[in-house]
Design a protein around this ligand. Structure first.
Ligand code: HEM
Length: 149
């Protein structure tokens, strides 16, 4: 009997979230797609700009890396964006990271705006041309951009 119960559990494993049993499919479906991840990317990208403006190269680099990590999570749940995101990281974000490594704000600024334009082009390519990311005209008030090194 105990063995039978175990076999059944293995056929349809569930997880208890503290409130209910959930199937693996239900748990998998809760993993965030781009609709949840992209607004977080937008906040990271906002922070990238103002961190670089304050010469906080360490923070700006961290924020780009976190944006990349978020996008790669999006690729795991929505593989159809994989090619575009890999291309974007290699062609558009790499120059941003390089300028930050060089602590070169004017090169950074050009690469940042080019990458922003390219992101909005991707939105259009994926039939979401109405989603246009725009750099806020003020720093994120939740963030202290003062360099720490
Ligand atoms: C730094 C670069 C990027 C920024 C700042 C950015 C920003 C955003 C933001 C804020 C949204 C949500 C808008 C809203 O719901 O009101 C969004 C949606 C989206 N972005 Fe991006 N994005 C970037 C790059 C990309 C790239 C490279 C792709 C290529 C696949 C992409 C594909 C999408 C898609 C498909 C959506 C719609 C998701 C959905 O609602 O289903 N984005 N983006």
């Amino acid at each position: 009997m105990a063995q039978e119960q175990k076999d059944t559990e293995q056929e349809s494993p569930t997880g208890f979230n503290g409130h209910r049993d959930m199937s693996l499919d239900e748990i998998a479906a809760l993993h965030p797609g781009l609709a949840i991840i992209m607004p977080m990317v937008g906040t990271r990208w906002w922070n990238v700009y103002y961190a670089a403006k304050e010469s906080n190269w360490q923070l700006a680099t961290f924020q780009v890396r976190e944006a990349i990590s978020l996008m790669n999570k999006g690729v795991q749940t929505r593989p159809r964006y994989g090619e575009a995101i890999a291309e974007y990281i290699a062609n558009d974000l790499a120059p941003v990271l390089a300028a930050l490594a060089d602590k070169d704000f004017s090169t950074f600024e050009k690469a940042f705006h080019a990458a922003t334009n390219r992101a909005n082009e991707y939105h259009e390519e994926f039939k979401k041309g109405y989603l246009v990311w725009k750099l806020p005209d003020h720093p994120n008030p939740q963030v202290d951009y003062t360099p720490r090194d």
